[in-house]
Design a protein. Sequence first.
Length: 110
Amino acid sequence: MDLKATIYLFDKDNLKAFANLTIGSHFVCKGLKVMDGPNGLWVSMPSKKDKEDNWNDIFHPITKEGRESLFKCVLKAYNKKLKEEGKTESKPALESDVSDDDDELEDIPF
């Protein structure tokens, strides 16, 4: 699966950036967020509020492998964008996301 993330830095509280994800050359998903949590950086799926004030994802992976690919793609793009802007993240994502190799994620903080 060919994934490409476009990052828009937005550092406010625990929200670090917005992301759009291009899937292959056929689909785009907008409104993902790079969030800073107690276990490091993670990716929040786009969601909307229902009539009962509950938030529901409007896009999400259905397999562990899909989630890992999505997280890795978005967090790598986020780290690359930080470097391009000359900024550094004080609390990096998972170690495997910070490197430039393509190893699988060891753990996901969710």
